[in-house]
Design a protein. Structure first.
Length: 285
């Protein structure tokens, strides 16, 4: 089993060593699993449980003071599942797996996704706010009123784009799985959903390999960054070259910020155009 995971593309982290330790643990946890889906989801769950990353616990706060989580999961057999705009669900990746494994759908949202996840044993009553995120939100003097009032407040505040993700390859089954999870972007309009749960944008897998993206979600969705990276694998590029080419094209198309991890033919690659994107790779022994 081979796994690559990322902790989001964005500013240079204040404490890179502790973050890297969590990423290394995530990759190792995934590599110890017995199939690609277990590997990708398990790796992401480690990151969702750490407040050092913008997913699950400690996720970004939306304009109404609520953390909402999104995730997507896909295999090289074209199975896929995604969830969006959930409250109280730290392990969004597990909820996305429920959609993939238990329903005929690819995307379920909000309270309906929470109810579905709860029926299949996913904890849906978690407090995802940390002391730091509560303080950061309160310091910005959040608005009252409806969406228009929120929009006027967030125009100068909306931003940030860390996300977590993992791609796994099981050589015994010749299967890839890609999984991405996020708390979104800080001070986004309540109910905003970005690229993460959109197939081909935040995540994608095919027989040639898989990819997980992170960055400015609206622009990633418009450029379908993960699908773009896997398309380059399908054209014969190795994982690093596919990541580089996809990110170059993304930059030319959007002028925006992003990162992407890629796994193909057992090889891992990553690229980003931000100040930092920490990754980790692990292989089972």
């Amino acid at each position: 089993m081979r796994v690559i995971c990322h902790g989001g593309a964005g500013g240079a982290p204040d404490e890179p060593k502790p973050r890297q330790a969590v990423l290394d643990d995530a990759a190792s946890t995934g590599a110890a699993e017995s199939d690609a889906v277990d590997a990708a989801v398990s790796a992401v769950e480690v990151l969702e449980e750490s407040p050092r990353f913008n997913a699950g616990v400690g996720g970004a706060v939306q304009s109404d003071g609520v953390v909402r989580t999104d995730a997507g999961l896909m295999t090289s057999d074209r199975d896929a599942g995604a969830v969006a705009s959930m409250t109280g669900v730290a392990n969004a990746a597990a909820a996305a797996r429920v959609v993939m494994a238990e329903t005929p759908h690819v995307l379920v949202v909000a309270d309906h996704a929470e109810a579905l996840a709860a029926d299949y044993g996913v904890d849906t009553d978690r407090d995802l706010l940390t002391d730091e995120s509560r303080e950061r939100f309160a310091d910005e003097e959040p608005p009252d009123g409806g969406p228009a009032d929120h929009l006027a407040w967030l125009r100068e505040r909306f931003g940030g784009h860390d996300t977590v993700g993992a791609v796994a390859y099981d050589p015994d089954a010749d299967e890839y799985a890609a999984c991405t999870s996020t708390g979104g972007r800080f001070f986004a309009l309540a109910g905003r959903v970005g690229d993460v749960p959109q197939i081909g944008s935040g995540f994608f897998a095919a027989p040639a390999g898989g990819a997980s993206a992170t960055g400015a979600g609206e622009d990633i969705a418009k450029a379908t960054l993960s699908r773009r990276a896997v398309r380059h694998l399908e054209a014969g590029l190795d994982a690093q070259a596919a990541a580089d080419r996809a990110l170059d094209e993304f930059g030319e198309l959007t002028g925006s910020d992003a990162g992407v991890i890629v796994l193909g033919d057992g090889d891992a690659g990553s690229a980003y155009n931000t100040d930092g994107m920490q990754t980790s790779v692990a292989t089972s022994r």
